[in-house]
Structures are given as C-alpha cells and as structure tokens.
Design a protein around this ligand. Structure first.
Ligand SMILES: Nc1nc2c(ncn2[C@@H]2O[C@H](COP(=O)(O)OP(=O)(O)OP(=O)(O)O)[C@@H](O)[C@H]2O)c(=O)[nH]1
Ligand SMILES: [Mg+2]
Ligand SMILES: [Zn+2]
Length: 340
C-alpha cells in the first residue's frame, strides 16, 4: 500500500476517526488482536481476550484500512472478521506505548515493532561481535527511552575457546561498568542452567525484542523460550563465520503460561550488520552515551565535536582513561556518518 505524505490536519482527522472506532462500544463485531508479523499487504493477527494478553493460539491473516499508519508486529488492533474469505480487516490501531524504528538514509525511519519495553542486544563468540553496532543499538535505545540489556548467547562455546572467551569478558565488563545488565544464555544447553533462568525470569512479563547480527542465535533462543521449534534457524557459514540472514521478517511469539517464561511476548528480528543513526543530532548521540554526558556538559567550547581540540573536556576525560577507546571510536565514527 503506498504511503501518502499526510499533513497534520489529515493526520488529526484519521486519528479522530480511529478513536471513534475504538470508542464505539456498540460495534460488537470488532475484535481485539495483536499483530504478530507483517507480510506485505497483510498482517498475521493473534486473537486477544483481554486488553493485552494473547488468548488462544489462533491467528488470522488481515488486510488493513489504507488510512492506518504502517502496522507492525506488537501492534494492538481492532479488526473485523470477513466470513467469506476467512480473513479479516483491521479497522483501528490502539495507542502505542512505544515504537521501535530503523533509520534509513534519505527516507523516513522504518517502523519495526510496537509496544516494546525492552531491547535485548544479542551477541555470541561466533559471529564475532561488532562493538560499534552494540553502541549504535544502545544509543538508539537510550534515545527512545527503552530498557536495554546485553545477552551473550552460545555460552557453551566459551570453554573450548579461552582466548575468545577472554576478549568477550573484556567487552562485557565494559558494558557492565557502564550500567547495562548482562545475561548469559545457551540455546543448546539443557536442562536450564541458573544463569539461563535469570534471563528467563527477566523477560517473563515483558514485551521484548531480540536484535543483533545474523547467526548469533536469536531464533534458536526463541525456540527455547517459546517451547517450540517454530522459528527457522540455520548454521552460520563455515567459510567466514557469518550468519545467513535466515530470519527475514520480525515475528512476535507470546510467552504463554505453558512455556518456560511467563505471559509476555518476545519478538525475533532479522539479523543486521549496520544500524544507522541518521535521525539523531550530535547532542542526541552524546545523550545516548551515558558516560560522555557529564564531560560534554563541562566542555567550554560551543558546538564542540569533542575531537582533538586542546582544552576539550571530553578529550581530556578520554586522555585520563575515563572513557574507553572503543566507545570514543564509535562516537567519532557515528559523528562522521551523520555528516555524510
Ligand atoms: N553452540 C551453539 N550454537 C548455537 C546456539 N544458539 C544458536 N546456535 C547455532 O547458531 C546458528 C545460527 O542460529 P540462528 O538462531 O539461526 O541465528 P539468528 O540470530 O536467528 O540468525 P538470523 O536469523 O540470520 O539473524 C544455528 O546453527 C544454531 O544452531 C548456542 O547457544 N550454542
Ligand atoms: Mg533468526
Ligand atoms: Zn569538547
């Protein structure tokens, strides 16, 4: 469906129309639903019995009204069954608590998932983590005011790889020292270990999304958590230790009472190598780097890029070892990508 650019008046009119749909208690044909995936002109909608809880596992393919904004997984909708075709039509979108978007160059950001409270940055020994990608996810999450944590998967691989293990511990220690929670998991370990249980308890009642590079095991983790083998997985390439981009569209999985986690939901997302931050200003980039903020605030130069200027407070903090070189390097890479 082509997306027209709407002016504010048109947007307001649509919003009030949608509100009318939502507030009409006499339209008994309208059902609540939770969008679990997006397939071009249709979405898969899970039936919901109460405001937020996914009900039976039954889901239905639905079209959506052209005047609605782009519908994404995690959206709560009102829809009407169409008996003839055994499909449905989405008539209204309920207010979103949050919207996670993926920025694109020269285009509006692409909505990815709605009503998320926690972003789980997933990494593993193989494929090797890209620390600048982790920083980009963290900056985006900080700016979106979403809870964020790191999840090391494939913990089972570490015992035989002491060098790789030491490097990973170094990386995790950095993020832990910055205040981010770190969890450890192995989608291949059974029975559930104490540290896996810690992660399972953490996500139990949340709506979370697994993000990260292709091949780190996001879909494998989903299969453990949701207690089924529904998410497709594939071995990483033996030639270059990279993932094969097996998951191609985000998909929501309810964590039902009969799964090992609680009653929230978790979203599997396609693996990515790059995450642009074109939508953010240089100030917002600093906002997303918590340990930078105080030093940037102290900097006496106006519009300082906190590069090599003599007397820059951030540069001084870096020289004094208060800012990690890999974070400084991410910061400067991101700043130069904004210029381009
Ligand atoms: N040893 C080990 N292998 C794992 C673990 N988790 C996943 N794998 C393997 O890693 C490979 C990639 O797993 P996927 O779940 O497809 O990875 P993904 O992150 O979903 O990848 P994309 O969908 O491409 O983004 C598969 O061969 C999995 O069996 C783990 O905890 N330990
Ligand atoms: Mg996958
Ligand atoms: Zn400065």
């Amino acid at each position: 469906m082509s997306k027209r650019k709407l002016n504010q008046q048109q947007q307001n009119r649509i919003a009030s129309k949608q509100a009318a749909v939502i507030d009409n208690p006499f339209d008994t044909e309208l059902l609540r639903g939770l969008v679990i995936s997006h397939h071009g002109k249709e979405v898969e909608v899970l039936l919901v019995d109460s405001a937020d809880t996914p009900g039976s596992q039954a889901s239905k393919r639905c079209h959506f009204r052209a005047n609605l904004p782009t519908i994404v997984c995690g959206d709560r909708v009102l829809w009407r069954p169409l008996a003839q075709t055994n499909t449905g039509i989405i008539e209204g979108l309920l207010t979103r608590d949050s919207l996670l978007q993926r920025p694109r160059p020269y285009q509006d950001p692409k909505p990815v998932a709605a009503n998320i409270d926690t972003i789980i940055i997933t990494l593993a020994a193989k494929p090797e983590p890209i620390s600048s990608l982790i920083d980009r996810f963290l900056i985006a999450a900080e700016n979106a005011k979403l809870e964020v944590c790191l999840l090391l998967n494939k913990e089972d691989l570490l015992a035989d790889n002491p060098t790789v293990a030491a490097e990973l511990e170094h990386l995790l220690a950095l993020y832990s020292s910055l205040g981010y929670r770190i969890f450890r998991f192995s989608a291949q370990a059974s029975p559930t270990s104490l540290q896996q249980q810690e992660f399972i308890d953490f996500i139990a009642d949340k709506n979370s999304i697994l993000v990260g590079q292709s091949g780190v095991g996001k879909s494998s983790i989903i299969n453990v958590l949701a207690g089924s083998n529904t998410a497709k997985t594939a071995a990483i390439s033996s030639a270059n230790d990279k993932g094969r981009h097996t998951t191609t569209t985000s998909q929501l999985y309810p964590l039902k009472e009969n799964s090992i986690a609680g009653s929230g939901a978790i979203i599997d997302s396609p693996g990515i190598r790059e995450f642009g931050l074109w939508h953010l200003s240089p100030e917002a980039i600093i906002e997303g780097l918590p340990e930078f903020r105080v030093h940037a605030d102290l900097c006496k130069f106006r519009d300082c890029e906190h590069g090599k200027s003599h007397g820059c407070a951030l540069q001084l903090a870096f020289e004094q070892g208060k800012i990690h070189p890999s974070r400084m390097s991410s910061y400067h890479h991101i700043l130069s990508s904004l210029d381009n």
